[in-house]
Design a binder for this molecule. Structure first.
Ligand SMILES: Cc1cc2nc3c(=O)[nH]c(=O)nc-3n(C[C@H](O)[C@H](O)[C@H](O)COP(=O)(O)OP(=O)(O)OC[C@H]3O[C@@H](n4cnc5c(N)ncnc54)[C@H](O)[C@@H]3O)c2cc1C
Length: 386
């Protein structure tokens, strides 16, 4: 059987892509090396921040708005609870990009927000401890997604609309055949389709090695803690998500969730790794600094350590995504390099890749994500582009 589209990699983005293709009536096959909702890539660990203010670049705001709509639609069509709007606090010195960039993007796009000084923050968030001179940009629409539930919901919708997904099916290689693509798995099967969408997460460089995309995979650790007593839980449940820039580093975290605790992590580890050989054990020395940070920010929240999990970022040099047509093949779409901030956009990235493959273009502004920008950089550095 020949397919309209093969989606290579069924994680956060691939499951969304499957759902959008199937909803549009395309005959679509997803191939995934591991099990559904596995914990070896980038889309596990119970929670992901979603927000509309965007300090990295305000050009993400309209995508974020569409992502919200699509997550709500997915909730409505599957009956799964995926998104919790807790409010979000971007905290740091007034001129730090985490605060100032979020503030500017809120102003530019007329997003609801409040800019609060330390005295106002103390009154507003009594469970948190603020330093003199700190400012907070509060976004009432921010919150968090449940990534495993999001993948489950996208998969359920995709399959209900006729998509097929094979798990335990690692793709060995793929080739353009002129009229389409041929994809081979390491179990010896071959599949043909008119188009290929590659959503391989931390494995993207490997499966597109001829492109030489400048991606770095980084090991990141998420940690969970609980307070000493259950009486403290309601105050922690009422917290917003937060992104905090202090001298000790940049940390983000989530409100308390029953049965899980509070989750917190440093934004970057700067530890490059490879997805198949990454050390998935977490040493006590890695827990200590984040625990100290959390105690300083939310006293009592880190009384008991629960556990930690390793996750992978796939970073581009400019931290912008890679979404667009393969520079050499007009029937291959790439979506990767999500640089540690992609999950909130899965729903809209699924829509975009389906539009690219089925319509030959998308109304969304994705120029920022062009895969060709790296080819240009490499050419100007006189590095051979293969
Ligand atoms: C600790 C951590 C915290 C984060 N926090 C946030 C946040 O708060 N907000 C936010 O928006 N984003 C956040 N992110 C980023 C976000 O989670 C990622 O950008 C997103 O999950 C990437 O999705 P993906 O589909 O590209 O990767 P994945 O979900 O990993 O999917 C890629 C899939 O491709 C499969 N695959 C690869 N190669 C092959 C092959 N050859 N054959 C078959 N299958 C293959 C993999 O097994 C995998 O399932 C965070 C990431 C981490 C690690």
């Amino acid at each position: 059987m020949s397919w309209d589209v093969i989606v290579l990699g069924v994680g956060g983005m691939g499951s969304a892509a499957l759902s959008h293709f199937a909803t549009r009536g395309a005959r679509v096959l997803g191939l995934e090396q591991f099990e559904p909702m596995h914990g070896l890539g980038s889309s596990h660990g119970n929670s992901r921040i979603i927000r509309q203010t965007y300090f990295l670049d305000s050009r993400y705001v309209s995508l974020a708005k569409r992502a919200y709509e699509l997550w709500r639609e997915l909730e409505a069509s599957t009956g799964e609870h995926l998104m919790t709007v807790s409010g979000g606090l971007m905290l740091g010195p007034r001129d730090h990009n985490v605060v100032d960039g979020a503030f500017k993007s809120a102003q530019e796009h007329a997003l609801a927000h409040e800019l609060l000084n330390a005295a106002q923050l103390r009154k507003r968030f009594p469970a948190m401890s603020f330093r003199d001179g700190e400012w907070g940009l509060y976004e009432p629409t921010a919150g968090f997604l449940r990534p495993e539930a999001c993948i489950r919901a996208h998969l359920a919708r995709a399959i209900a609309q006729g998509a097929e997904a094979r798990f335990g099916a690692p793709v060995l290689d793929w080739a353009s055949t002129g009229s389409g693509v041929r994809v081979r798995t390491s179990t010896g099967e071959a599949f043909e389709a008119k188009q290929l969408v590659i959503t391989a997460g931390a494995w993207l460089s490997r499966i597109t090695s001829q492109l030489g995309l400048p991606l770095t995979v980084e090991r990141q650790v998420m940690h969970w803690f609980t307070p000493a007593t259950r009486a403290e839980e309601p105050a922690l449940e009422a917290l917003p998500i937060y992104i905090v820039a202090r001298d000790e580093g940049r940390v983000y975290g989530f409100p308390f969730v029953g049965g899980e605790g509070v989750k917190v992590a440093f934004y970057r580890s700067f530890v490059p790794t490879q997805p198949d050989t990454v050390d998935r054990n977490v040493a006590p020395e890695e827990v200590a600094p984040v625990r100290v940070f959390l105690e300083g920010l939310i006293p009592g929240a880190a009384a008991q350590y629960r556990h930690s999990k390793v996750c992978l970022y796939t970073l581009t040099p400019d931290e912008h995504f890679v979404i667009g047509m393969h520079p050499q093949y007009d029937n291959v779409v790439l979506a990767g390099g999500f640089s540690g901030h992609g999950f909130k956009f899965c729903s809209v990235v699924g829509e975009i890749v389906a539009q690219l493959a089925l319509d030959g273009g998308t109304p969304h502004a994705i120029g920022l994500f062009s895969p060709a920008r790296f080819a240009r950089t490499q050419a100007s550095n006189q590095t051979p582009v293969t």
